[in-house]
Design a protein around this ligand. Structure first.
Ligand SMILES: NC(=O)c1ccc[n+]([C@@H]2O[C@H](COP(=O)([O-])OP(=O)(O)OC[C@H]3O[C@@H](n4cnc5c(N)ncnc54)[C@H](O)[C@@H]3O)[C@@H](O)[C@H]2O)c1
Length: 312
């Protein structure tokens, strides 16, 4: 049985990915410091070995990595806005943390790694649609930390003969995201509690939204394909959606089409337009998103209604 070390496995994406890995017959050890995630988020959590540790503790990562066949590295501080406020913490978790995970994997003799990178933040305001040949120009410390991570993935792959795949995720939507602070969670809470939706900027900024189930299938495919050397792929929907359009679609999903939307000034670090072409991932990994934005938002909305409900 293939043994996986999954860092950050108790967060949003990890809690969706972990059970899929178990269903596909992998044996999964999770390493998480619970700074953002929680064991209670993780379905079937008794089927995992779970280690509480920080990726900054390289010995802990090394001990967890020993005897494993592959590492999927998700653990990171994922907020653009928080990274602008506190670039130091972001650097330590994401840039230095990724170095430590790769170094621990190298020392443990692991030859297969998958790294969670980002599509939007790494590209900055590079004109979309971006693909793997576009020049990354991050405009936030978060974007820079992921680019640094990709740099170490490339270097470790070449220097130590490791197969490392960096996956640039689009903006991910889905269940088990109540702890997230991105637009979707904030908009859903506003709708559930009959408060106005606040958009930072004029609402014309665009994003590429991908359903978490589609993303997780792409991650598993990258793991199984185990492409030789260092490879980068965009995992995206390929569709450009404005933040205002997102808010309007969510209002319709919530059956509140006239819900109030307010606008406040734009925040630093957030890119203007972003969407990615996933052709390379389709051709080489068989990645093909199947959920529409409408379907993804409906599933996510229903999950929030079931798990959270309005404030009392
Ligand atoms: N959610 C998205 O839309 C999105 C988009 C692009 C990239 N990503 C990347 O995907 C990965 C997972 O994101 P997510 O949305 O699940 O975030 P999340 O915050 O829900 O999950 C991250 C998990 O990592 C853990 N963690 C954070 N720092 C750690 C550390 N130093 N040591 C050990 N554990 C630590 C947290 O406790 C949490 O369980 C991240 O690398 C993120 O940058 C996410």
């Amino acid at each position: 049985m293939t043994k996986i070390l999954l860092t950050g496995g108790c967060g949003f994406i990890g809690s969706n990915l972990g059970p899929l890995l178990i269903d596909q017959g992998f044996e999964v050890t999770i390493l998480d410091n619970f700074s953002k995630g929680d064991i209670s988020y993780l379905p079937k959590h008794d089927q995992f070995e779970i280690i509480e540790a920080d990726i900054g503790d390289e010995e802990a990562v090394y001990n967890a990595a020993k005897g494993k066949d592959a590492v999927i590295h998700l653990a990171a501080l994922g907020s653009v806005v928080e990274s602008v406020v506190n670039p130091n913490d972001n650097f330590i978790s994401n840039a230095e943390g990724t170095f430590k995970v790769l170094n621990a994997a190298r020392r443990a003799g692991i030859k297969r790694c998958v790294f969670a990178s980002t599509g939007g933040a790494i590209m900055g305001n590079t004109p979309p649609p971006v693909n793997e040949t576009s020049l990354p120009k991050p405009i936030s410390p978060y974007g820079a930390s992921k680019l640094a991570g990709e740099g170490y993935c490339s270097a470790f792959s070449h220097a130590y003969d490791m197969n490392i795949t960096a996956l640039r995720f689009a903006n991910v939507i889905g269940p088990i995201s109540a702890h997230k602070k991105g637009a979707i969670t904030v908009f859903i809470r506003a709708l559930m509690n009959n408060k106005p939706i606040t958009i930072f900027g004029d609402g014309k900024a665009t994003r590429d939204f991908l359903f978490v189930k589609d993303l997780c299938k792409g991650i598993v495919s990258a793991l199984i394909k185990n492409k030789p050397g260092f490879n980068v792929y965009h995992l995206a929907s390929g569709e450009e959606v404005s933040v205002k359009q997102l808010a309007k679609t969510l209002c319709e999903v919530a059956e509140k089409p006239d819900h109030e939307i307010r606008f406040e000034s734009k925040r630093k670090g957030e890119v203007e337009r972003n969407f990615a072409d996933y052709k390379k991932a389709k051709e080489e990994l068989g990645f093909l998103p199947s959920f529409t934005l409408d379907e993804a938002l409906k599933i996510t909305w229903n999950w929030f209604l079931e798990h959270e409900g309005p404030e009392s």
